[in-house]
Design a protein around this ligand. Structure first.
Ligand code: BDR
Ligand code: CA
Length: 313
């Protein structure tokens, strides 16, 4: 059955790959819209990047919205050091013909959820959770209408990538993450623990380039750019591939293993702000609010990605 989704994102090379994976899977995923949020780079640049990805895929039917320009309380922290000045450095992408929608992304999320049957829309979040939290603040009634939120964010065993304690998406807007995790919505979390297993080794990237279409070439060039920072940082055989785990989970949940646990966000301590305090061993009786993915089948993940990218122009 086709699942209705909204993608909330700050593209970002790995966001771009996630969006392409979703765009290449219309029989599984009905994308109601893509909403940009401030994160890897500014909102304006992220929105432009989202339009470029849609253009690359040839899916001009997909609408793109801009959401919030900054986190709820904190100053925006960006990641040009990973993603480059544009947030999407690497390939030369086609200039978008499509315009950004004029409606605010938060209002689009609210209106879309209210216009559909409750329990039919999944939110896929690939960046900071500002837009989702703001939608919940503006219209709390939407909480009960969301089927599920599948998010890239957080870490437990792999701890932090932007501070020793925090993963980037949660760190940028911990208050938003806190609002979302307390809203009683079913949440699937793809933390660094699983995304660090999905490494873009040379062999895997070469297979993507060998598809021979412009989307495969763009993915190859994007990931070859963004991996440089991570290869140096982690000394691994390939860079982690984060955001596509969200879409791969929707397409083939059997590729992933996880546990129902409680996760709380640290919002106060300067030292550990943005930490996802994950009760992985069930040492508290706090209610389970997250399905926390801990591992996944990297070969099957890359096989799925390569097969789907081959369907695009
Ligand atoms: C997350 O941070 C961003 O830089 C990536 O796009 C991903 O969503 C990984 O921590
Ligand atoms: Ca992202």
């Amino acid at each position: 059955m086709t699942r209705k989704i909204i993608i909330d994102t700050d593209p970002g090379q790995d966001d771009a790959v996630a969006i392409l994976l979703a765009l290449a899977s219309p029989e599984d995923l009905d994308i109601l819209g893509i909403v940009a949020v401030a994160g890897n780079v500014t909102l304006a640049q992220n929105a432009r990047n989202a339009l470029k990805i849609v253009e690359l895929s040839g899916r001009s039917d997909i609408k793109v919205y801009a959401g919030c320009e900054r986190p709820m309380r904190r100053t925006l922290v960006t990641a040009e050091h990973v993603h480059g000045e544009t947030g999407l450095d690497g390939p030369v992408l086609p200039l978008p013909k499509q315009q950004l929608e004029s409606q605010h992304g938060v209002d689009f999320i609210i209106e879309t959820l209210l216009a559909h049957e409750p329990g039919t829309i999944t939110l896929c979040t690939l960046g900071p959770l500002t837009n989702i939290a703001m939608a919940l603040v503006k219209a709390p009634a939407i909480a009960g209408r969301i089927k599920e939120i599948v998010m890239m964010g957080g870490a437990y065993f792999e701890v932090g990538n932007i501070t020793p304690a925090a993963e980037f998406n949660i760190y940028v807007d911990p208050d938003a993450a806190d609002v979302v995790l307390r809203a009683g919505i079913p949440v699937v979390m793809a933390p660094l623990d699983v995304t660090h297993m999905m490494r873009s080794t040379r062999e895997r990237l070469d297979k993507i380039r060998a598809i021979g279409n412009r989307s495969g070439q763009a993915v190859y060039e994007m990931l070859s750019f963004s991996e440089r920072f991570d290869l140096y940082k982690y000394g691994m055989d390939g860079a982690p591939l984060h955001d596509p785990c969200v879409i791969a989970y929707l397409l083939k949940p059997e590729l992933f293993q996880g546990r129902h646990i409680n996760v709380v966000i640290e919002t106060a301590s300067e030292l550990t702000i943005g930490m996802t305090v994950a009760d992985y061993w069930h040492v508290t009786d706090r209610p389970h609010n997250v399905h926390f993915l801990r591992s996944g089948d990297a070969d099957a993940f890359y096989a799925l990605l390569t097969e789907r990218l081959a369907r695009l122009p």
